[in-house]
Design a protein around this ligand. Structure first.
Ligand code: HEC
Ligand code: HEC
Length: 302
């Protein structure tokens, strides 16, 4: 009896967590801070030699990433990782592929001081910005003026505006049965039946748990993922499960940008993560479903 009750509890927990929830149409934000954050996000003066801004690698109108295999930062230097989108990043439980930043505020500090991205140092950046119009803009909002913390606070407030609500699939979830096509509905059923939803669920259809890349079959990867932070053997090749929102717009895919074709990604996921076969017709339907996850990008409207 106890076992049966435990099983029931387990099933209801997994059933609950394996659901997809729509993105809210608005988040509460502080408008003044978000406007300042928007200026900073687009300003190349945040980099050491005034050439790179956040927007250089996160194109908001094209899915929020840079469409490159791996990003190119200051002086043409290449990183090792594919840029994830900034869109909807506010809903991720952690930031970066290995989840090393717990919050968006913490994440911002990474690229600004990363030697192959913006290569700056807050000890140089803060006095530099104090010589500019930002001095007053910050004082209007933050009594302490420009600091590392106020810079990251403003940028992360702006990032809260970079959400993509109202996708056809979200409208479907909210009750508009005609918001997605028959094929997309079949794709959604396959997404659940095959087991994709066991990792890709929640508001971002990912972004809320870690998983090994290659649960069933080893895909031969170099980056150690979460192991880099924890040094725990079990965390080798574990990554934050990426969000599938707007996924059609953010090729190439995977942490190292190894695959550009979304059909191929779906095939590999079925093989590597689930150890199963999938027909071309099934792949087609799942990819059609994934296209229903493209939301509205409100860039410039806030
Ligand atoms: C040179 C290209 C480049 C620049 C400049 C850059 N990023 Fe990124 N961004 C990346 C890459 C690559 C990653 C993934 C790095 C990792 O996981 O270790 C990333 C990750 C992120 C993430 C985490 C998303 C997720 O799902 O984990 C956010 C948020 C983000 N960047 C915002 C910003 C902001 C804000 C700035 C400016 C302060 C910025 N980026 C500047 C390339 C860039
Ligand atoms: C056991 C967990 C798990 C399952 C099951 C799973 N995925 Fe994934 N998925 C991941 C992880 C982890 C990654 C990131 C791998 C990497 O790049 O290191 C990923 C990446 C992806 C990507 C690329 C995202 C990007 O931005 O690069 C797509 C698309 C995707 N999965 C779709 C699917 C589909 C469709 C299914 C079902 C056939 C599926 N996944 C099943 C964990 C899973």
């Amino acid at each position: 009896m106890i076992k049966f009750t435990l099983l029931l509890i387990f099933l209801s927990i997994t059933a609950f967590s394996n659901t997809i929830t729509p993105i809210p149409n608005h988040l509460k934000i502080n408008k003044e801070k978000a406007q300042l954050g928007k200026l900073l996000f687009n300003d190349t003066r945040l980099s050491r030699n005034d050439t790179i801004s956040c927007a250089s690698c996160h194109f908001l109108k094209e899915g929020g990433d840079d469409n490159l295999k791996v990003s190119i930062g200051i002086n043409g230097l290449k990183g090792e990782l594919n840029a994830p989108t900034v869109l909807n990043s506010v809903f991720n439980f952690r930031q970066f592929w290995d989840g090393r930043a717990k919050t968006l505020q913490e994440q911002v500090l990474g690229p600004i001081e990363n030697p192959v991205e913006m290569d700056n140092d807050f000890k140089i950046l803060v006095p530099k910005l104090k010589q500019t119009e930002y001095k007053q803009l910050f004082l209007n909002i933050y009594k302490e003026g420009i600091t590392k913390e106020s810079i990251s606070d403003a940028i992360s407030e702006y990032e809260k505006t970079l959400i993509t609500p109202n996708s056809p699939f979200d409208r479907y979830l909210r009750g508009d049965k005609n918001a997605i096509t028959k094929i997309q509905k079949e794709g959604y059923e396959l997404f659940k039946e095959k087991g994709c939803i066991s990792c890709h669920h929640g508001i971002n259809i990912g972004g809320n748990l870690y998983s090994k890349f290659g649960v069933m079959i080893n895909p031969d990867i170099k980056n150690l993922g979460k192991f880099n932070l924890t040094k725990n053997e079990n965390d080798k090749y574990s990554f934050k499960v990426p969000s599938l929102r707007n996924i059609e717009k953010t090729p190439p895919y995977f942490h190292d940008g190894r695959v550009s074709d979304l059909n191929e990604v779906v095939k590999l996921m079925t093989l590597y993560q689930l150890g199963r076969d999938i027909s071309d017709a099934e792949v087609f339907k799942i990819v059609e479903f994934l296209k229903s996850l493209n939301g509205e990008i409100k860039v410039g409207k806030e």
